[in-house]
Design a protein around this ligand. Structure first.
Ligand code: CO8
Length: 257
């Protein structure tokens, strides 16, 4: 598929999506989000892809939704276009998704990173929901996901002031998994993606789904959900193979079924 606003490649078993509007700090407009959805569709059906990394450039992961594109939008246009729904795509995508964040991850950029399963940040990363400064509020999950990730008081402070949070604080508060030097952030994300891609695919899909359910279900239902998925894995060839390989002290050969 030909893309104009993103660059899509596959390296080993890792699907790579680079947001590619550097002149506007990778601002996210309807075209970018549509292409992002198409790239996910492409990767979803490609068994060779087992993990995805989304990144921008060193200066910006993304400075958010394209302000110029939405400055005159009406509520009905927003509703009909419904491109906000694309922000949920990484969560709904079956395979694990890593956001590799360097520089700014603001507004919809922060929301897109938070919709991914893991965030790897460079030392220059800055996260924020500055929509208050342009007369609106986060609209693609920021109030919900940031608060769940870092707690109410600090999320409220960031959302009400529009200030940015630096990488070291994002790490300390659990928003990101790891902070690495700028020159290493993409490689670190790819290395992690390759490691995840080497695991049993169905188990990886279920692990992602179960961890994400923490944010949606009460504990009892979440525990039941996890247990049912655990039982189900005993119907896969990979469970037999994984346990047999462990006992035979050899490397498992996953089939993804
Ligand atoms: N949209 C459009 N253009 C942008 C955006 C953006 N979000 N961010 C930066 N740009 C453009 C600038 O206009 C500028 O363009 P030009 O060179 O033509 O003047 C270029 O990128 C470079 O930006 P700056 O000159 O401002 O660079 P600085 O280094 O001085 O500042 C910042 C960098 C701090 C990132 C600054 O650009 C900034 O504050 N950007 C806006 C951040 C922001 O407010 N983000 C939230 C947007 S609203 C949102 O995301 C809502 C999401 C809900 C989803 C709803 C979808 C319908």
């Amino acid at each position: 598929m030909a893309y104009e606003n993103i660059i899509v490649t596959i390296e080993d078993a890792v699907g790579l999506i680079q947001l590619n509007r550097p002149k506007v700090m990778n601002a996210l407009n309807a075209q970018v989000m549509t292409e992002l959805g198409q790239a996910f569709d492409e990767f979803e059906t490609n068994d060779a892809v087992r993990c995805v990394v989304i990144h921008g450039n060193e200066r910006a992961f993304s400075a958010g939704a394209d302000i110029d594109a939405m400055k005159t939008a009406t509520p009905v246009e927003m509703l009909k276009g419904n491109w906000v729904a694309q922000w949920d795509r990484p969560r709904k995508f079956a395979k694990p998704v890593i956001a590799a964040v360097s520089g700014y991850a603001l507004g919809g950029g922060c929301e897109l990173a938070m919709a991914c399963d893991i965030i790897i940040a460079s030392e220059s990363a800055q996260f924020g929901q500055p929509e208050i400064n342009i007369g609106v509020i986060p609209g693609a999950g920021g109030t919900q996901r940031l608060t769940r990730a870092i707690g109410k008081s600090r999320a409220m402070e960031l959302t009400l002031t529009g200030k940015f949070m630096k990488a070291d604080e994002a790490l300390q508060r659990g928003l990101v998994a790891r902070v690495v030097p700028v020159e290493m952030y993409l490689e670190a994300a790819k290395t992690l993606a390759r490691e995840i891609a080497s695991k049993a695919p169905v188990a990886a899909q279920f692990a992602k789904e179960c961890v994400n359910k923490v944010f949606e279900l009460p504990l009892g239902e979440g525990l039941d959900y996890e247990r049912r998925h655990f039982y189900f894995l005993f119907s896969t060839e990979d469970q037999r193979e994984g346990m047999a390989a462990f006992l035979a002290k050899r490397k498992a050969e996953w089939k993804g079924k």
